[in-house]
Design a binder for this molecule. Structure first.
Ligand SMILES: [Zn+2]
Length: 238
């Protein structure tokens, strides 16, 4: 079985290191279901959906994006239902839509720092045919916070300034005491060369402390206890 279960209402497809595929989350309501992140390609989406079919879970009505990075967004064009993105994620996706996928253009982006080594390598692995890359923006765009009632469970979807990426969005599921934070716990490899911005980190720790949850679901590691995530972040304060 591909999918892992957190509770009766929460599942996820684990991350895959080879092409940097992140965790894809799933929240099952009585009326609607919601996915966290679209993954890095149609193949990734298809793998997730075949896992859902295996468990008789409906395809998601909504797919919420945690941040603009390719591994979380390049599958957006092939998801079922409606995509949801924060306004900063959408504006970054508008930029990425203009990127060309030739060796020359990719090399230029590495030189200019627009893209980074690891992503370049993994994109080439995920896409033997780079003509298949298709970047789209979220269909529902929000600023600040929105709530989606899935029936019996709801999601509080909130923009926040994470150490990993300025456009980050978290998906808090209060009834399940779980929060999906994308890659927020990491450092920023685009703007800050993989170093933590300590002021931002302090703010983020404060915001996370306030969340009344037991479990943090991390974009490339899966579920952790709140204590584990908080101790990790505090250790990065140095
Ligand atoms: Zn990321």
């Amino acid at each position: 079985m591909e999918l892992k279960r957190i509770s009766d209402r929460l599942y996820y497809l684990p991350a895959e290191e080879r092409t940097d595929r992140p965790v894809l989350g799933y929240i099952k309501g009585d009326r609607y279901s919601l996915a966290v992140d679209a993954g890095n390609s149609s193949e990734h989406v298809e793998k997730f959906y075949s896992g859902l079919r295996e468990l008789d879970l409906g395809l998601p009505d909504f797919t919420v994006i945690t941040h603009w990075h390719w591994d979380h967004t390049f599958g957006m064009h092939s998801v079922s239902g409606t995509t949801v993105a924060g306004h900063l994620t959408n504006s970054k996706l508008s930029e990425v839509q203009k990127w060309e996928w030739t060796d020359e253009a990719m090399e230029k982006r590495l030189q200019s720092g627009e893209d980074i080594e690891k992503c370049d390598r993994c994109i080439r692995l995920e896409y033997p045919d780079m003509n298949k890359i298709k970047v789209v923006r979220g269909e529902i765009e929000f600023t600040g916070v929105i709530h989606i009632d899935l029936g019996g469970v709801h999601c509080e979807i909130m923009e926040f300034n994470a150490t990993h990426s300025d456009d980050s969005v978290l998906i808090h599921v209060p009834e399940e005491r779980v929060v999906f934070i994308g890659d927020a716990e990491g450092a920023d490899y685009y703007q800050n060369r993989g170093e933590y911005d300590k002021a931002k980190l302090k703010e983020m720790i404060k915001a996370f402390e306030k969340l009344d949850v037991n479990i943090f679901v991390l974009g490339h590691d899966g579920p952790q206890t709140k204590l584990e995530t908080m101790s990790y972040l505090k250790a990065q304060l140095g």
